[in-house]
Design a protein around this ligand. Structure first.
Ligand code: PNS
Length: 163
């Protein structure tokens, strides 16, 4: 039986921290779904279809395309419904700090209670510990250089968005 996992997130936009987690997770599972999920608690900057396209370009530029990674979006229901649809037994999330642990723990428990889907936490490279999509959006909106934090496809996209 093949192992399937899901890396969900807002990815608004995808960062080098996300890429690090995706790359690590892709080595642990036969099939990995990277899924842009609508987060009702967040006001998004980038439309979902654009976020998917940026993930595709970003994985291509990192040499991660055409392998065991599937990119998708999900905005109609629970994340665990997507997991059930694709036969995923695990959700993978990156943990940068205790703040992330506090944010992720209730979601992990609820997802397990809802559908028996376990959450696996990976520790990203500490070089990315301070990188977040919200920080990237803020630096970009105020005219700063986000190139050190995001794949170049995203840096290009944000440059044109804020021009
Ligand atoms: O990148 P984010 O915004 O921290 O990702 C959070 C996300 C979108 C993965 C989370 O909000 C989510 O899973 N939303 C889907 C709705 C859902 O299933 N909610 C109940 C369990 S948390």
């Amino acid at each position: 039986m093949s192992s399937v996992a899901v890396v969900p997130g807002s990815f608004d936009p995808i960062t080098l921290g996300h890429i690090d987690v995706i790359e690590r997770a892709a080595k642990l599972f036969d099939e990995l779904h990277v899924v842009v999920v609508h987060n009702p608690d967040k006001h998004a900057l980038i439309p979902i279809a654009h976020r998917v396209a940026l993930i595709e370009k970003s994985l291509e530029e990192r040499g991660l395309a055409n392998g065991n990674i599937i990119i998708n979006s999900w905005s109609v229901g629970l994340l665990v419904d997507y997991c059930t649809d694709v036969g995923a037994s695990a959700i993978v999330k990156g943990i940068r700090s205790q703040v992330d642990v506090a944010y992720e723990t209730p979601m992990a428990i609820v997802n397990r209670n809802l559908a028996g889907v376990e959450t696996i936490f990976l520790l990203p490279d500490p070089a990315h510990a301070h990188v977040s999509s919200s920080l990237v959006r803020q630096v970009s909106a105020l005219g700063g250089d986000v190139a050190p934090y995001v794949p170049s496809a995203v840096a290009e996209f944000l440059k044109h968005t804020t021009d």
